[in-house]
Design a protein around this ligand. Sequence first.
Ligand code: NAD
Length: 249
Amino acid sequence: MDRLKGKVALISGGARGQGAAEARLFTAEGAKVVLGDVLDKEAAAVAEQINKSSPKSAVALHLDVTRAADWRTAVETCEREFGGLDILVNNAGIANMKGVDETTEEEWDAVVGINQKGVWLGMKTAIPAMRKRGGGSIINISSIYGLIGSAGAAAYHGTKGAVRLLTKAAAVQYAPENIRVNSVHPGVIKTPMTDAIDQDALAQIAAMAPMKRAGTAEEVGYVVLFLASNEASFVTGAEYVVDGGYTAT
Ligand code: NAD
């Protein structure tokens, strides 16, 4: 019940899917959560639902992860509402299922802006606040597509691979300050992101994993919860796959 008691978490992309699942799991374990998203109504609904079972535990706000000013507001909100910031989950992301020569420059910039620059901006803004608390835990959501290639998701692969190594660079830099930084690499997970993709093609990709199914947002969330908690106190710079064995084959 109290795995995150006394901790304050900021979750980007918290309006639905994995981010919303993590907000629910974190508050059930005693954390206070600020969830930021560009989907304002959906984020507010998630916070409202959480506050019914865990009163005054969640605040929703508008956060476009590509905007430094939004990040500053989000971190200030954590400090003003809940007294500080201990955990950052860089979860917001968008998919783009196009190959190298089919991807437009606009698509490339959009994917890089959200999936890659957004992660850097989140860490850059959160770290000074974590320093004030004497440490923290950052979890960057990459993908199995940040570990292996496939035909037809060029910008997505590029950004998720970048998140993997940005995570390790930050882990090395901030270990002396007790700020741990790890990446999580989900396989095929059932969320609104994958609901939007051709379901036959998705089922074929999911069947390539030894467990032969898609995962749930909660199955990723429990790994993120572990990394956020003091149970992971000696874990930094690591990459955790949550993929039903997909990358083991
Ligand atoms: P999702 O689409 O349900 O959720 C993503 C959230 O990010 C949405 O609420 C969306 O509004 C938000 N978002 C998008 N652009 C944003 C921006 N500029 N600023 C703030 N928020 C923004 O998808 P999900 O599956 O929950 O994805 C969560 C993370 O997991 C993403 O980083 C995704 O790339 C990654 N991932 C997903 C899968 C999968 O199969 N679902 C697999 C591997 C990795």
